[in-house]
Design a protein around this ligand. Structure first.
Ligand code: ADP
Ligand code: G3P
Length: 513
């Protein structure tokens, strides 16, 4: 399915093109100098579920789609490669691919960030190496979410792969590396790089040196010969070869959540954004030193512009938010479209006593509990599907509240307002609920496509299209704001019930499962 449109707000060029290789689709957006959208093209790809909790993508399909949407966006903008000053890349993070550097063929489907097949491996690594060592050096808890253990699983499970990798015939990459390698020539001289933000999601990069950590790579069992070179998020990695953007510099790469932080212009310490898509990810800029988390958040790289110092971030990652709405639509058949959840939920005053904790693949931040599974708590005969719809939306808002509490504890910064973006922010009831549960205003910018915008901004800075981050800040404009309306007693009572429901998800899986 190709779902594309142009906005009709064409500036007069030149332009920057951004490619967002996301979990459910790939898109390309062309931006003008004011950061306005000139054209968009987007295409979904197949979600492959070989077993419960296993999720894969066909990387060859993804590369085909990327080429198609780039061509689509350029044609719709009515421009040529000569009008495009740079290409920026952003991507679903952690999703892991190994491919043959001689043929360009993936050796297996990519293992997606949501895939939990490496839970047992992570447990074993925790026992043998210790959780603390990973936290200290990489900023991450040892969890199946991250790329390193996924690469190890592939090396252990695809016949003959480890020998090929040790011989140097196999390349490892998250989706940024795959797209950049193909875009810059593939088997004919493609550059094999990743950026600091994507590398910070592998469990393999040392957060203090910004280099692959030899000891950690060896304890996870990943040969360093297959790893890409780690570069900054905003610099020219190479030029596009072939296709409609032949000759255009490829000048940025950022994981999609870091790109959204950049696109929301959270350049000052303490500024935060939350992106509401398949999952939800809140990131707070913590400046040029990594802040350790003692409350279940991740310490990650926010961005690095060229040879400037890297900027770090604290992140709260929630695995299931928009995908719970999809589940209501596709698996339960309770709604026909994602947007319909708002109508259904608005038909009742409250949740009727029901709380839905969507621990479908365990719980991510702040709990990191792979043994948890989803529950709907508080059911009585009174509860209708409309109450469940309301509980679905509240689940996203409560999970955000838990992350925001953890951020305040770790950083000492009180949330004064939250910048939001992503597909779910078109839901007004959800945004109001969020402001109510956070007891803070929620603001959405004019350009809601902040992920692509962030990649475009970083690429534009790298080639001098924009002079500095101040010029980018000037482009940020508020489109909507929701202010808290809930009284403190109701908020406290509801939060307590939510936390009771969360407790009931834990320990569902036994050790051997
Ligand atoms: N009006 C809505 N209300 C609630 N959820 C929505 C709404 N519109 C879209 N969504 C959810 O948002 C997600 C899509 O957002 P998007 O930012 O495109 O996600 P991603 O980048 O993760 O693919 C889907 O999971 C969908 O269920
Ligand atoms: O592609 P998205 O928007 O679902 O984002 C996925 C995240 O990068 C996973 O860490």
């Amino acid at each position: 399915m190709t779902d594309a449109h142009t906005t009709g707000t064409h500036g007069t060029g030149p332009f920057i093109a951004a490619i967002d290789q996301g979990t459910t689709s790939s898109r390309c957006i062309v931006f003008d100098k004011d950061g306005r959208i000139v054209s968009v093209d987007q295409k979904e790809h197949e979600q492959i579920f070989p077993k419960p909790a296993w999720v894969e993508h066909d990387a060859a399909e993804i590369w085909d789609n990327v080429q198609e949407v780039v061509a689509g966006a350029i044609v719709k903008a009515g421009i040529t490669a000569a009008d495009v000053k740079a290409i920026g890349i952003t991507n679903q993070r952690e999703t892991t691919l190994l491919w043959d550097k001689h043929t360009g063929e993936p050796v297996h489907n990519a293992l997606v960030w949501q895939d939990t097949r490496t839970d047992a491996l992570c447990k074993e690594l925790g026992r043998n190496v210790g959780q603390d060592r990973f936290r200290r050096e990489t900023g991450l808890p040892l969890a199946s979410y991250f790329a390193g253990p996924k690469a190890r699983w592939l090396l252990d499970n695809v016949e003959g792969l480890r020998e090929r990798a040790e011989r140097g015939d196999i390349l490892f990459g998250t989706m940024d590396s795959w797209v950049i390698w193909n875009l810059t020539g593939g088997t004919d001289g493609g550059v094999h790089v990743t950026d600091v933000t994507n590398a910070s999601r592998t469990l393999l990069m040392n957060l203090h040196t910004m280099q692959w950590d030899e000891k950690i790579c060896s304890s996870i069992g990943v040969p360093m010969a297959m790893l890409p070179e780690i570069r900054s998020s905003a610099e020219v990695y190479g030029t596009a070869r072939g296709g409609v953007l032949d000759g255009v510099p490829v000048a940025s790469a950022l994981g999609d959540q870091q790109a959204a932080l950049f696109g929301q212009t959270c350049f000052a310490e303490g500024e935060a954004k939350s992106t509401y898509g398949t999952g939800t990810f809140m990131l707070m800029n913590t400046g040029d030193t990594p802040v350790n988390s003692y409350n279940g958040l991740l310490t990650t790289v926010g961005y690095q512009i060229g040879d400037q110092k890297p900027v770090y971030a604290l992140e709260g990652s929630i695995a299931v938010t928009g995908s719970l709405v999809q589940w209501m639509r596709d698996q339960m058949g309770l709604i026909q479209s994602a947007a319909e959840i708002e109508t259904l939920a608005s038909s009742v005053e409250d949740n009727g006593g029901a709380y839905f904790v969507p621990a479908f693949s365990g719980l991510f931040a702040p709990y990191w509990r792979p043994d948890a599974r989803g529950v709907i708590a508080g059911l009585t005969r009174y509860v209708t599907k409309a109450h469940i719809a309301r509980a679905v939306l509240e689940a996203t808002a409560w999970q955000t509240r838990e992350i925001s509490d953890a951020m305040t504890k770790d950083s000492g910064v009180e949330l004064t307002a939250l910048k939001v973006d992503g597909g779910m922010t078109s839901n007004n009831l959800l945004m109001q609920t969020l402001a109510d549960f956070l007891d803070a205003p929620v603001v959405r910018p004019m350009v809601a496509e902040t992920t692509c915008l962030g990649a475009a901004y970083a690429a534009g800075l790298a080639v001098g299209f924009w002079p500095d981050t101040d010029a980018l800040r000037a482009n940020w404009r508020r489109a909507a704001e929701w202010t808290p309306r809930m009284d403190a007693d109701t908020r406290a009572r509801e939060y307590k019930s939510w936390l009771k429901a969360v407790e009931r998800t834990m320990g569902w899986l036994d050790d051997e499962e």
